[in-house]
Design a protein around this ligand. Structure first.
Ligand code: AMP
Length: 219
């Protein structure tokens, strides 16, 4: 398949805490493309208290999916705004109905799926401690706080988010897997799914670059 980098439409998939945020921001920076994140766009609407923001707030607060018809209409409109440049879509589609709707209006050229073993993700999140007032995040063994359990700047207590506990993370990963599997299969059947495996973002990143560089150098 010949991909036109000039208007490349890419989609990134990855489990929670798989490093999708890190890889996405490196992609948009290196290749200078638009980042269209459904979660970020919805949070902006909530922050600005728009009609849509008011409508979707409860779903985001409860960690539930926004209904398909609503998110489809919203994201198709958002994507039309960046029709004239290459983009990386993030967080949408999450269901096969969404994938179908997107395919009919803005068929993506490539889907990057980040594959990080679940035990690695659980381990990573288990070692994550936060300073709630500032949002500073520490990872034991990676950026360990200077004094155990204390914030480097204020020396206040660090806590673990309840949803970062191993049981909660494991449950989130199961839910993610159940929901995303059909979307992955949808793109596998189209023959456009590319998988990138690794235990860390630094391990995955060179593989993503090795894949995208030839596409973007054809500009
Ligand atoms: P995210 O930042 O991608 O984890 O999205 C945060 C929240 O926004 C999700 O928990 C959902 O409530 C909502 N959301 C984002 N993208 C979608 C989508 N494609 N379909 C339904 N709900 C979504």
């Amino acid at each position: 398949m010949i991909l036109k980098a000039k208007l490349l439409k890419a989609l990134i998939l990855g489990a929670p805490a798989s490093g999708k945020g890190t890889i996405s921001s490196r992609i948009v920076k290196k290749y200078n493309i638009a980042h269209v994140s459904s979660g970020d766009k919805l949070r902006e609407h909530i922050e600005h208290q728009t009609d849509l923001g008011k409508e979707v707030k409860k779903y985001l607060n409860e960690g539930k999916l926004v209904p398909d018809d609503l998110i489809i209409k919203f994201m198709i409109t958002e994507l039309k705004k960046v029709d004239n440049k290459p983009w990386l879509l993030d967080g949408f589609p999450r269901t096969v109905a969404q994938a179908n709707a997107l395919w009919k209006t803005q068929p993506v050229d490539v889907v990057l799926n980040l594959v990080v073993p679940f035990d690695v993700i659980i381990d990573r999140v288990k070692n994550r401690w936060v300073h709630l007032p500032s949002g500073r995040v520490y990872n034991i063994g990676f950026n360990t706080p200077k004094h155990p359990g204390k914030d480097d700047i204020t020396n206040e207590d660090l806590v673990q988010r309840p949803d970062d506990r191993p049981e909660a993370v494991s449950q989130r990963l199961q839910i993610y897997d159940g929901i995303t599997r059909p979307v992955i299969d949808f793109y596998k059947e189209k023959g456009i799914l590319e998988e990138f495996e690794g235990r860390t973002s630094d391990e995955i990143w060179p593989k993503v670059v090795a894949y995208l560089d030839p596409i973007f150098s054809k500009k």
